[in-house]
Design a protein around this ligand. Structure first.
Ligand SMILES: Cc1cc2nc3c(=O)[nH]c(=O)nc-3n(C[C@H](O)[C@H](O)[C@H](O)COP(=O)(O)OP(=O)(O)OC[C@H]3O[C@@H](n4cnc5c(N)ncnc54)[C@H](O)[C@@H]3O)c2cc1C
Length: 416
């Protein structure tokens, strides 16, 4: 009997990475079924800062983090938090993560992230062109706001890497900052502006629009939780869900921060943790910003979104199970008051989400152990940015059997 599912690819996870892969696979002629335990776009892809960070090549693990990290964690005014009861569980991950905080690895990671992020604005446009999703994309500058010029200069190493990748900022100081945007408070005295960026005015709704594009172009979306894989002679035959089996010859694992247990079912143990992040959406704000603006001292980006001014960022270590903490949100509010002192609003929405972070800050893209299951997760702080390019890479691997790009930096086998 002919195999009815010869052409079927199941994409597990309907975040930005999964929906991008699903659309490119469909356009490459595959039958594609997307499976998500919830609604599309409601994971990390919902609550991020919306920035398509084409210059976002610098990992969190920059040189000097090991020296500065403990002080940052103990300082209640620094936007790095730890749920201490979780520390023993994540210690092995943390040690490996910090082992990359040196110049050589930082440069290597930046070279790896370049192909994922540097052409991301074009990649988003290409994915969404001619569809209802393209209306959510807005061209912008990306402002890095510092308390003063010295704070900007202290990041010279990171900016030199960005310059090597083709991104050199225009630096404004003092009155020039207020001339650019009068709503930025005086506590930001230096603004490094990266041109030719873009942002998404409602990231969740953008992914939902992409899901609608996928359906319109012939794809199927099912709501179910994937529990396991059915392999025969080491090759995928079906995805096992809480609603039954879905037969396929290829699967794509785009389950973000939840990817570890499923990858383990395929015999691969990935050192993946969640970097928990927060947003506060200020509704009906008294002003909106000219561009998405990073408040460097608070480690969040303030983005003028469809539903208000969204401030999103901060890192908290604490795993996937615990609910939101109060301290990160309190600190964010304090920074917002300081840096945007004239902001008034009618109400707020608070959110916490999970960035999927492998120890080496590089996403996993590629086939897992010859099983026919392809990884597409681990994009940490740049998943919205890199989703469409990753989706295209995965579609090339599955539909064409290879990619024109060197994908070795993302090979899941590095964790074998
Ligand atoms: C506060 C914050 C700000 C951020 N700002 C930015 C930014 O400005 N720019 C940027 O590029 N990135 C940003 N990021 C990072 C970005 O949001 C993530 O990297 C990205 O959304 C990850 O996308 P994803 O598709 O891999 O995962 P997700 O969007 O989390 O999607 C994973 C999906 O898998 C589903 N799933 C999980 N397990 C299963 C299962 N067993 N069965 C079925 N379905 C399953 C989930 O329901 C979910 O829908 C930010 C993140 C945070 C937290």
């Amino acid at each position: 009997m002919p195999d009815m599912h010869k052409n079927t690819v199941v994409v597990i996870g309907a975040g930005i990475v999964g929906m991008s892969a699903a659309i490119w696979l469909l356009r490459a002629g595959k039958d594609v079924i997307v499976v998500d335990k919830g609604d599309p776009g409601m994971g990390a892809s919902y609550g991020n800062a919306g920035l398509i960070a084409a210059c976002g090549i610098a990992p969190v693990t920059g040189p000097g983090l090991i020296r500065k990290g403990p002080g940052m964690l103990l300082d209640p005014n620094f936007p790095l938090f730890m749920r201490w009861s979780y520390l023993p569980k994540m210690l092995p991950w943390l040690i490996k993560f910090l082992s990359h905080a040196n110049e050589k690895d930082t440069r290597r990671i930046a070279r790896g992230l370049g192909p994922i992020v540097c052409d991301s604005v074009e990649q988003h446009r290409s994915l969404a062109r001619g569809t209802t999703a393209q209306g959510w994309l807005t061209d912008c500058d990306y402002g890095f706001g510092y308390t003063d010029r010295a704070a900007f200069d202290a990041e010279a190493f990171t900016f030199s890497m960005r310059a090597e990748a083709g991104f050199t900022p225009e630096v404004l100081t003092g009155a020039q900052v207020r001339e650019y945007d009068p709503n930025i408070g005086k506590s930001i005295d230096c603004l490094a502006l990266m041109k030719n960026h873009a942002y998404v005015r409602a990231p969740g709704r953008y992914v939902q629009a992409l899901a609608e594009v996928f359906r319109t172009e012939g794809g199927t979306i099912k709501q179910a939780e994937v529990k396991d894989f059915d392999l025969s002679m080491g090759k995928i035959k079906a995805v096992i869900t809480d609603q039954g089996r879905i037969a396929c010859t290829r699967a794509v694992l785009t389950t973000g921060a939840w990817s570890k247990p499923l990858t383990k079912k395929l015999g691969l143990s990935v050192p993946l943790e969640s970097e928990r992040g927060y947003h506060i959406m200020f509704k009906d704000p008294s002003f909106t910003l000219r561009s998405p603006t990073l408040v460097a001292s608070g480690k969040f980006i303030a983005t003028p979104m469809e539903d208000g001014l969204r401030c999103a960022g901060i890192v908290e270590f604490g795993g996937l199970d615990a609910g939101p903490s109060k301290a990160p949100l309190d600190l964010m509010r304090k920074h917002v008051k300081k840096n945007f002192p004239t902001l008034e609003y009618s109400g707020t929405e608070e959110w916490m989400g999970f960035r999927p972070s492998p120890t080496d800050s590089l996403p996993l893209i590629g086939e897992i152990s010859g099983t026919g299951v392809f990884a597409g997760f681990g994009h940490q702080h740049i998943g919205l940015t890199g989703g469409p390019k990753t989706g295209r890479m995965i579609a090339d691997l599955i539909a064409r059997g290879g990619s024109n790009l060197d994908l070795s930096a993302y090979d899941p086998a590095r964790f074998s």
